[in-house]
Ligand binder design. Sequence first.
Ligand SMILES: [Zn+2]
Length: 270
Amino acid sequence: MDCCICSPMATMYRLPRNTVCAPCHEGAKAIIGFLNKDEQEGDGCLLYTSRCGLRDAWEQVKEMRDREENTNQRAAFLEQGFALAWREGIHTDIFIKPGTGAPIPAHKAILAARSEVFRHMLSADDRCKAPAGDSISLPELSHDELSLLIAFLYTGALDQGLPERHLHALLVAADKYDVPFLRRACEARLAAAVDPRNVLRTLEVAELSSSAVLRERAMDTVVEHAEQVVFSPQYEEFAVRNAGLCVEITRALLAKMSTTRTKAPCIEDV
Ligand SMILES: [Zn+2]
């Protein structure tokens, strides 16, 4: 069938309008449905696209594209300015000491604006009359991890391809210093990378950082690949350190077994 929308013929001739292929028909319905839903969620009223069709839907898509472009430009403007201030050490007023390696200069105002915990730490310093330009210590982080944390506070971005151990450290730091945006970024990266080989460490980190989302994802992976995980050499060490999690794993496995048994057809049913 020559579709009047996507067929190569449609670019040259005006084909009969009632010949629309199934993908175009489904796609058009989905776009209008999506935009209506978007509009309902936005201000609670139903949009006109359902009455006026795809032409108005297209106009709305163009508006969305313009808004996205503006937002990207604004984000880039803010990110570049803050990143430059940090990278070039412009008027920094505090040193942050990692557990290992050299201290990193930063700005008190940025730390306080991004984290309530830092704000309290810094205002406690003010009350105690700590010398100006003094330092704070984050001994649980290595120099590289601290550098990534501070970079995120300035730019809101995580480098692509960060090793898992850095993401683990950043997630724990996001929890400790109360930076929800960093927490979500780390959770998303780690959840996407969970597999039977790294799941035990991921589960430990999820527990340590009180990350319910990551914990659930990791627990599902343990249950799904139970044999590979529970008989792995790492499981014994994990069990020594995490008795509570092992109890949960056992319960989750038993719950899965009983569900599987319930779903299995009885001989009489066959
Ligand atoms: Zn088509």
